[in-house]
Design a protein around this ligand. Structure first.
Ligand SMILES: [Zn+2]
Length: 296
């Protein structure tokens, strides 16, 4: 029986090939028929295959244990990969804009047969299947990534609809529609680029993952905890690092503070947040004369 992660990788590999086929079909037919908007849509679809690869790499690396060189583990490699491939999307977007600009001043009226229509319709059907399948498996495997990835595929269907409308208008003879629709699709590519990079930057810059109050509430529920403050969390949605300060009776032994308080807090936090990779708890004496400088 394959592990949960192996199954997730299996799902992603399967949809990767479908997404790649969709993207290549659009780019190829677009280039063949001289339809810029179809090429643009194909490049936008390429973003799906790319996010599948990021997912596969992320899950595989996440399985790798921490070592001397990366004592915090490998979870952020996926984030770096996201930025690199998003930069590729940006380059593609600029190239489409350039082509659209040239075409706007030297209109080309592509002859449109049935092929472009057929390609768009077939790829929409494949997209809908990928959405349905990935979502179903995402629920079965309790994978947030798969569900988000599925929703992203659904959003592509709307972009394809724009292309379809554009094709109809082109067929009627409105040549300016081709560069225009291409620019609209570039907007979607840029939106994708922005949200990818924003999320990645937030992870790399250690933005808060779990609200401070929530962590402190969980820690405070443990017997022996007199106060809790300065709770912080960072990392990826599914790979969180945490640290917090906990006040205990100043007269208990270090051993008791460790065995009866620290360990229980850690166990409770891990139970509440299964995505927790590591938690560091600083034990402080609950004594007014020795206030902590981080009290908030
Ligand atoms: Zn403190």
């Amino acid at each position: 029986m394959a592990t949960n992660n192996q199954q997730k990788v299996g799902v992603l590999q399967f949809v990767f090939f479908l997404n790649l086929a969709v993207a290549l079909a659009k780019v190829a037919v677009g280039a063949l028929t001289g339809l810029l908007n179809l090429v643009a849509d194909g490049i936008h679809s390429l973003g799906d295959s790319v996010s599948n690869i990021i997912g596969i790499v992320g899950i595989r690396l996440g399985d790798r244990p921490a070592d001397d060189k990366y004592p915090y583990g490998y979870s952020k490699f996926e984030t770096v990969a996201t930025i690199v491939v998003s930069a590729m999307l940006l380059v593609a977007a600029i190239e489409i804009l350039e082509a659209a600009w040239r075409r706007a001043f030297a209109p080309v009226v592509p002859t449109i047969g049935l092929l472009p229509f057929a390609v768009v319709l077939i790829t929409v059907v494949i997209n809908l299947f990928v959405y349905w399948y990935e979502r179903k498996r995402g629920k079965e495997l309790a994978s947030e990534f798969l569900k988000v990835d599925a929703n992203h595929t659904l959003s592509d269907v709307f972009v394809s609809m724009t292309v379809l409308v554009g094709l109809v208008l082109l067929k009627i003879g409105y040549a300016f529609v081709d560069p225009l629709v291409s620019v609209v699709i570039v907007f979607f590519i840029l939106k994708l680029f922005y949200s990818n990079v924003k999320e990645a930057a937030e992870i790399l810059c250690d933005s808060t993952r779990i609200p401070k109050q929530d962590i402190e509430r969980v820690a405070s529920s443990i017997a022996g905890v007199r106060f809790c403050h300065a709770a912080r969390s960072r990392g990826r949605e599914d790979a969180v690092f945490m640290d917090l300060h906990v006040g205990v009776d100043p007269d208990i032994t270090v051993e008791r503070a460790h065995q009866e308080v620290s360990r229980h807090i850690e166990a409770r936090l891990r139970e509440r947040y299964p995505q927790l990779i590591s938690v560091i708890i600083r034990i402080e004496p609950d004594r007014k004369e020795l206030p902590c400088e981080h009290t908030t």
